[in-house]
Design a protein. Structure first.
Length: 166
């Protein structure tokens, strides 16, 4: 095979792969990471997986309207409406609340148990779906989404009482 034909074939192969790869690329959750996750969980403004986008109005190529974090198993998401959780009761002095929309990939009933990272006893229990998640203390909190025998984990940072989310 002569060099011209071989060069043309290589150019077609490389340019074809490059254009299809670029058009399919989406930002990773860590590319648009924001404050609020902890212990390995990333809170982000990137586009969530397709299974978690139902009911949202969003313009492609822009940050997601509500920050979210995905479970370590990749099958549950927490949409954190106030951006960051704050210890204490809702509403806060600015009128915001610790509203979280908990979404499981498999749409069945589930419960969310929250506890300070590394502690065994549940401290807060809320139903899956939209809920107000008021916790008593600041720090990194582990939220387990319990669906039958399956558990998904999302860790979120909680600001001290009286702090307003940034």
């Amino acid at each position: 095979m002569n060099r011209v034909v071989l060069g043309a074939m290589m150019w077609l192969l490389v340019s074809g792969c490059t254009s299809s790869t670029q058009s399919a690329a989406r930002p990773s959750p860590t590319a648009l990471a924001i404050v609020g996750g902890c212990a390995g969980t990333v809170l982000t403004a990137a586009e969530p997986p397709a299974w978690a986008q139902g009911g949202w109005s969003h313009v492609k190529g822009t940050p997601w309207p509500v920050p979210w974090a995905i479970a370590t198993t990749g099958d549950a998401i927490a949409f954190v409406f106030a951006g960051e959780l704050v210890a204490g009761s809702s509403p806060r002095s600015d009128g915001t609340q610790n509203k979280v929309l908990w979404v499981e990939k498999t749409p069945t009933a589930f419960t969310v148990e929250g506890r300070p990272l590394g502690q065994a006893a549940p401290v807060v229990t809320v139903p899956g779906g939209p809920s107000i998640v008021d916790v008593p203390s600041a720090g990194c909190w582990t939220f387990q989404l319990l669906q039958g025998k399956h558990t998904s984990v999302i860790n979120l940072d909680v600001l001290p009482t009286g702090t307003l989310p940034g």
